[in-house]
Write a protein that binds this ligand. Sequence first.
Ligand code: URP
Ligand code: ZN
Ligand code: ZN
Length: 464
Amino acid sequence: MKLDIIVKNGIIVTATETVQADIGITGEKIAVISKDLKPDSGTQVIDAKGMYVFPGAIDVHVHLQLPFSGTISADDFENGTKAAAMGGVTTVIDFAIQQKGHSIMDAVKARRQEADEKVCIDYGLHAAITDWNEATQAEIKQVIDYGIPTFKMFMIYKNEGWMADDGMLFQALEETKKYSGMIGVHAESMDVLEMLIERYAQEKEKWGAYAHTLSRPGYTESEAVQRAIKWAEVTGGRLYIVHMSAGESAQYVHDAKERGVDVYAETCPQYLLLDDSVFKGENGHLYATCPQIKKKEDNTQLWQGLVNGDIQVIATDTCTFDTKQKAMWKGDFRKIPFGLPGVETMFPLMYTEGVGKQRFSINHLIGLASTNPAMLFGMYPKKGTIAVGSDADLVVFDPNKKVTLHAEDLQTNCDWSPFEGWQLTGYPKTTISRGKVVVSDGKFVGESGHGQFLKRKPVKKVDL
Ligand code: URP
Ligand code: ZN
Ligand code: ZN
C-alpha cells in the first residue's frame, strides 16, 4: 500500500482509546494504523514522538463573514478557516439564514457561493429557519436530502427578522422529526429581554457595558430553554440547545434527558471560563455577546454538565468583531455588535482548562470537541475519530508547549482576545485536513478552496 504521509510514533487519542502507533495516510483517508510503519521514497514522515495525535476538532457553531449588528463579522471564510486550522479545528459548521419571503435553499446557495472557494478546511451549513409557511415546511426534506440535516431557530432577534415564535418552533420540530433532522435553538426570552433592555436603557450612562449583563440574567435563557424542551417533549422532535450559558439551563437539560426527551446541548469556552466581571473593565463592551457571559456559579454548573454528560458538545459561536467594530456602541449597550472570536483558541483552551486542570480526561475532551459533534451532526465516522477509512483530519498536539495568548500572535482578524494573557500548556503543532498538511510546526501552509462542503446525513438514533 502506498502511503503519502506517515504520522510516526505519536500517542493516538480518540474518545475511547489512547494507543501508541503510527498512522498511514493515502490520499484523503487514513489507510492504516499500526506500529512501525515503513515509509517508501515518496512518503512524508511527520515525527510525532512525545506528541498526542487527535482527530481534528469540529466547531459546529461559527458565523464567518456574517452581516450582523450593522457590520460584518471580521473573519471571513478564508481567514476564519485558517484560524480554525491553526487551533486544531478541521471542520466548521456555519449557518445559511433564510430571508423572509425566500426559500431556505436560496440562502444555502448564497452562502455556498461565499464559502466554497475560500474555505481552507471542510465545512458544513445549518439552515436557519426564519419564515415558516407551507413552502418552508415542504422544503425541509429537500434540505435534509441536500446534506443539511440540522436547522437553527432563534427565539430572539425580532429586529433582524430572524425570530421564530413558539408555533414555528413546534411545527419545525414536528416536521424535522419525520426525517431524523435536528433543530438547534438560540434560547432566550424575547419579551422579558426587551423589557429589561428598555429598563436599563433608561440608566445606560450609569451602567455602561455592564447594562448588557444586567439586562440578560440567567433566567432569560433558562426560561426559553425550558420552553423549547417542552415543545421537543410533546412533539418528539430532536432539540439541540446552542451556546448554552446558564447553569440553570444545564439543570433543565439534565432533567429532560432523565425523562427521555431527545435533547442535547452545547456550551462555549466563554461561558466556562469568563464571568460577568469582564463588563466592569475599561473595555467591558468588547465582551458583549449573545447570550451573555453569566456568573461564576454558572461556570461551575456548565463544567459539571460537561463532565456528567448533560452537555455533549463544545463549540465557539465565533462571530468576530474587532475593536473598531465594537466601538460602534458609543456608550449605548444596545448598539454593541454581539460576538467574540473563538474558533482558534477553543481546543487549546479546553485542553489546558479541562484536561490540564483534571476536570476530565483527554478522551472525554476528544468526545466533546470532535466525536460527539461528528455523531450528532451526521459526519461520523468520516469525521470525529481516528480509524481506517475515516478522513485524515488529524492534529499533532504538543502537550508541553507553553503559550501565552496574545491577539497579535493569532491568525484571527481580531485585534483583541477575550483570553489575552491566558497561559496555556499544550498547543497544536501540525494540522492535517483530508490528507493535506495545512498547518506545519505552527505555520499555516494550506490554501483556500481546499476545504469542501460536507453533505451530512440525518442521524436516526443518537447514542450520547
Ligand atoms: O452574539 C452572538 N453570538 N452573535 C452571533 C449570533 C448568535 O446569536 O449566535
Ligand atoms: Zn445565537
Ligand atoms: Zn451563533
